[in-house]
Design a protein around this ligand. Structure first.
Ligand code: SAH
Ligand code: SF4
Length: 394
């Protein structure tokens, strides 16, 4: 399938700015720039907002309740372009992964690439999105950690991942108007949950990730409840409470070990903020309750962190925290040095956690065949630059 190139050929010189993925303030600024009167700003911004986030408009011309004159003015400077889709892969299990090429910013040496993944399940559809190009941390079992850190994503680039995924899976449901003129989806939505578990450490891109959460949860737009949005962090302790106060999404902690010696090796940020500081901070996470538990992620690395003694330590660490444990079978990637624990070892580990009263589901690897599972994401821009037809299996 062929896509129209969604970027200007020379983006550095291009004065067309995409509003798709931007927040309301940016849209208001855009309207001011083209001379819209103050008295009209809120109403116009709200119209445009709904076209972008409720109806999924991909061009300004589609906005039929905006006057032709205003549309023409907007079109001179703005677009609703999305990042370019470089590849789209579908796993046997229904998981879909996109490699996206972002618009090159002035500070970029080349147009960076990121990945995002859609995971359909019977009762939900989860979109896993990236917050950075690469990652500054290098957890030893994570593929993204082997990639050079390039930069933080902008708010727009984070939100654009949701728009692209909704475009591609057909998730712009028919809409209806309620009595007071609000737009509502008529049909069931496919993306019901959002997780910041793609490339990057989201708390190292705090402001942009926060703004993207505010856009995704705006109830006149994408309208995802914050309880269906989860931020996963490797443990950036000083930002966790602030995140809870300012963004108040669900929280997942990449714990993966119960002793500092081992966690220092697996999740090196632990040298800066060790386990006891991390756990104490989790206890203070705002609005923590049995209805809003923290998820502790624990990757199963054969004979490294999967003993019964470690399971018991984990239970001790979590004492008193409304928590659940998410077991992540290790997903291998080319060149990785670990093996996934045997299933019976995983089961015995889980039994210990369950007996202590914690729910402990296994996050079954999804999309392993297309390297879309947890920790397998890596956009290798150099590779794609060398071979421009890489993975063009659209
Ligand atoms: N940077 C954030 C979020 C992205 S990773 C974080 O580290 O929390 C999402 C989850 O996948 C994290 O718990 C991460 O530790 C885990 N993960 C990374 N590599 C993995 C792999 N190869 N197999 C299984 N899980 C992995
Ligand atoms: Fe970065 Fe998370 Fe991977 Fe660690 S697990 S390298 S923090 S993306």
């Amino acid at each position: 399938m062929k896509y129209a190139n969604q970027h200007c050929p020379q983006p550095q010189n291009c004065n067309e700015i995409s509003l798709a993925g931007e927040d309301k303030q940016t849209i208001i600024e855009a309207l001011k720039r083209i001379g819209v009167e103050d008295s009209q700003l809120m109403m116009r911004a709200s119209q445009i907002w709904k076209w972008i986030y409720v109806r999924g408009a991909r061009s300004i011309n589609e906005m039929t309740d905006v006057s032709k004159v205003l549309r023409a003015q907007l079109e001179k400077q703005f677009t609703l372009d999305r990042p370019e889709i470089i590849s789209e892969q579908a796993s046997k299990d229904g998981t879909q992964k996109w490699l996206l090429r972002l618009k090159q910013l002035e500070t970029d040496r080349y147009a960076p690439e990121i990945e995002c993944v859609y995971i359909p399940e019977t009762d939900r559809g989860t979109l896993c999105i990236s917050s950075q190009v690469g990652c500054t941390l290098n957890c030893s079992f994570c593929h993204t950690g082997t990639q050079r850190f390039v930069r933080n994503l902008t708010t727009q680039e984070i939100v654009a991942q949701i728009l692209v995924a909704r475009d591609r899976i057909g998730d712009w449901p028919n809409i209806k108007l309620d009595a007071v003129g609000h737009l509502f989806p008529k049909t069931r939505r496919k993306i019901t949950n959002l997780v910041f578990m793609g490339m990057g450490e989201p708390l190292y891109n705090f402001e942009n990730v926060k703004r993207s959460v505010l856009i995704a949860s705006d109830n006149e737009g994408i309208s995802l409840s914050k309880r269906r949005i989860t931020l996963s962090t490797s443990g950036v302790v000083p930002e966790i409470i602030r995140w809870g106060n300012e963004a108040s999404t669900m929280l997942a902690i990449s714990l993966h070990a119960t002793h500092d010696d081992l966690r220092n090796k697996l999740v090196p940020i632990n040298r800066r903020w060790p386990i006891n500081e991390l756990i104490d901070t989790c206890r203070a996470y705002p609005r923590l309750s049995n209805a809003r538990k923290i998820t502790f992620e624990y990757v199963m690395l054969n004979n490294i962190n999967d003993s019964l003694a470690e399971a018991r330590n984990l239970v001790k660490l979590l004492a008193g925290i409304p928590a659940k444990v998410n077991i992540l079978p290790f997903n291998p990637w080319p060149g990785s040095n670990y093996q996934c624990s045997q299933l019976n070892r995983i089961k015995r580990f889980i039994e210990v956690i369950n007996r202590a009263g914690y729910s402990c589901p296994i996050r079954m690897p999804r999309g392993r065949d297309i390297l879309a599972a947890c920790g397998q994401l890596k956009s290798d821009s150099e590779r794609t630059q060398k071979n421009s037809s890489y993975n063009r299996n659209l």
